[in-house]
Write a protein that binds this ligand. Structure first.
Ligand code: ADP
Length: 287
């Protein structure tokens, strides 16, 4: 097990008129190599939870153990936490600040006290992982890049820390369809090649359905549903009750299934739908 969360509670502005319970007794375990989708209505507590995972917020009570280390202890070392959990914020490109792409990605590893050789190797590797050409781009300014490329530089900066767990908060927000597909492709490849443990926060049920193998649904500070992707999307009515949905294609195929029950349960992607519809037509023809 790579992460264990035990009875985690968090209250903003305790003992003031603005007191707000944002996390309500969350307990869960995550195994090495899981790809988790964290979903929930705005205000359900996703970003509060995510900020606990890399030590930005300290719990009101409860603990988080990552890779055997209790990161919620007072004495926990922030550097060590950042090496365990890489957090890619929403619009991470807003945090780029160095004059070259190399320097930006090298910032974290340098702070770890690695020597120049090691730093260089990490920058190179991180750029390769997100599909950026090292020789071509290392001396360029990050500010000359397209939105999608800037975001990749920001993600490379987190990967260069070699975290055990990668947390991505809305990584496709604000990108055009091509930029979205590229980033999602890179994330999928990271998962396939590096066997990383990934937590993806997203409002896009399409993205979640395409990528993750387990879904956590948050509602009012609690994790109210935790299950395999297909099992969770089967519960379409419940999700709608929580202000969430299922992918368009899943909904469409559910409608089709109402007409013909031989259609398979819970289709998640357009690819799956295509195969299922072809099968369906074949069956019709043979009948
Ligand atoms: P999500 O990421 O799912 O939109 P958040 O974790 O941002 O949810 O918010 C959870 C709850 O905590 C919400 O009710 C929100 O209004 C409240 N909240 C978030 N940030 C703060 C803050 N800095 N001060 C007070 N309340 C906050």
């Amino acid at each position: 097990m790579i992460m264990k969360i035990e009875n985690l509670n968090f209250i903003y502005n305790p003992n003031t008129p603005f007191e707000k319970r944002a996390l309500d007794n969350i307990s869960l375990e995550i195994e090495q190599g899981e790809f988790i989708g964290l979903i929930g209505h705005t205000g359900s507590g996703k970003s509060t939870l995510v900020q606990h995972l890399n030590g930005l917020l300290k719990p009101t009570s409860g603990k988080i153990i990552i890779d055997g280390v209790n990161i919620t202890e007072k004495e926990a070392n922030l550097k060590e936490i950042r090496q365990k959990v890489g957090l890619v914020f929403q619009y991470p490109e807003h945090q780029l600040f160095e004059e070259t792409i190399y320097k930006d990605i090298a910032f974290g590893p340098k702070n770890l006290g690695l020597n120049e050789e090691e730093v260089k190797a990490r920058v190179k590797e991180a750029m390769e992982l997100v599909g950026l050409d090292y020789e071509e781009l290392k001396d360029r300014s990050p500010f000359e890049l397209s939105g999608g490329q800037k975001r990749r530089v920001a993600i490379a900066g987190v990967l260069a820390m070699k975290p055990k767990i990668l947390v991505l908060d809305e990584p496709t927000a604000g990108l055009d369809p091509r930029g979205r597909d590229e980033i999602l492709g890179e994330i999928q490849q990271l998962y396939d090649k590096e066997n990383m443990t990934i937590i993806l926060v997203s409002h896009s049920m399409e993205d979640i359905a395409k990528l993750v193998n387990r879904i956590l649904v948050m509602h009012r500070g609690k994790v109210v549903i935790d299950g395999k992707t297909r099992d969770v999307f089967k519960r379409a009515n419940e999700l709608e009750g929580l202000g969430l949905g299922v992918p368009q294609i899943t909904k469409f195929m559910m409608k089709l299934k109402e007409r013909d029950n031989s259609i398979r349960d819970t289709i998640l992607t357009v690819e799956e739908a295509k195969e299922e519809i072809l099968e369906y037509l074949r069956r019709k023809k043979d009948a």
